[in-house]
Write a protein that binds this ligand. Structure first.
Ligand code: ATP
Ligand code: MG
Length: 309
């Protein structure tokens, strides 16, 4: 079973407008809403790949109800903690000129009791057959050690954890020894203290050193330079697939979804790597964070090239 945790979900609202009139009346030509937040995006991609997951985290208000109904419509099982206040709506205004203005809401305040409620809920799903995905940012005011706490508590029940976070959140969670991580190259460089563009060899050394923290799988994504995968006695590098890029936003989340799906399906190293590269490349061909179709992923899987490191 896969459980995705989105502590700070959002409705992604996209507005198309001729030209934004600052201080004037703006008539919107087209508006679209989608349920977002990294964990939720991962759940959507897993669904597209033919797998199942349970989406968990915090929701509040009308925006929260909208997200819940989007997930229900898509057939994604969900089990959120309901909180006072309103889940964020993050608005992107696209002008004809290509200019993009972003308006991001703060989101609800989460109390210590609500954090504990969520952790208890997660523990209820935790056993040796469960993989938790901890992905993305956390609400304002929540302690940066929260992912570490969740890792320790679900590990105590034999569950596994896939972590996708950055900065201090990533650093503190690493000390708790997640099982799978997928930093992008900038996140890994920052973690390792490189203040320059590290070489693949340097990144590989850092990835291998993380095994001492008990991390079983390190996938380092490097954007259009592809990715590197390190497991016990196994290390490969793959160039990215050549696809028509629409939006690279969410390519990393697609790779996280593929890693989780492959874990759940007990795919071997090679199939896992193929799935990761193909799903993330597929995600690049779609608009925004829309997941690629399983058909496209299957087709792209055949094109993946692996170089042993
Ligand atoms: N232009 C591209 N063409 C083909 N594949 C790409 C391209 N950009 C990214 N990818 C694929 O997506 C993977 C993840 O990309 P990236 O390293 O940018 O993730 P990320 O920074 O975590 O993204 P995000 O957090 O926005 O989802 C790469 O390892 C690669 O396989
Ligand atoms: Mg990312």
């Amino acid at each position: 079973m896969i459980v995705t945790v989105t502590m700070n979900p959002a409705i992604d609202k996209t507005i198309d407008i001729e030209k934004l009139q600052h201080g004037g009346l703006n008539r919107i030509q087209k508006v679209e809403y989608d349920a977002g937040g990294k964990g939720i995006n991962v759940s959507k991609t897993i669904r597209e790949l033919g797998g199942t997951s349970i989406a968990a985290g915090f929701l509040g208000g009308n925006a929260g109800r909208t997200i819940e109904s989007v997930l229900n419509e898509k057939g994604i099982q969900n089990d959120f903690i309901w909180v006072d206040g309103e889940t964020r709506t993050n608005t992107k205004v696209f002008e004809k000129t290509g200019e993009v203005t972003e308006l991001n809401e703060p989101g609800p305040q989460i109390s210590q009791e609500q954090i504990e409620q969520l952790v208890k809920k997660l523990e209820g799903y935790a056993d040796a057959q469960t993989l938790f995905i901890l992905a993305g940012s956390i609400p304002n005011g929540v302690d940066k050690g929260i992912y570490g706490t969740i890792i320790e508590r679900v590990h105590a029940h034999g569950a596994k954890v896939l972590l996708d976070a950055d900065g201090e959140l990533f650093r503190q969670a690493l000390d708790a020894g997640p099982d799978i991580i997928k930093p992008n190259r900038v996140e890994l460089e920052e973690y390792a203290g490189f203040d320059y563009r590290a070489s693949v060899e340097e990144l590989l050394t850092v990835a291998k050193s993380l095994k001492s923290k008990g991390i079983e799988t390190v996938a380092v994504s490097m954007g259009k330079s592809g990715a590197m995968f390190v497991r016990d006695g196994y290390a490969v590098r793959c160039p990215a697939l050549s696809v028509k890029a629409h939006s690279t936003v969410g390519a990393g989340d697609a790779m996280v979804a593929a890693l989780a799906y492959a874990w759940d399906q007990k795919l071997d190293n090679e199939q896992t790597v193929r799935m990761c590269i193909a799903t993330s490349a597929g995600a690049v061909t779609t608009i925004g964070t829309k997941p690629p179709s399983a058909e496209l992923v299957n087709e792209l899987m055949q094109q993946v090239v692996m170089e042993q490191l």
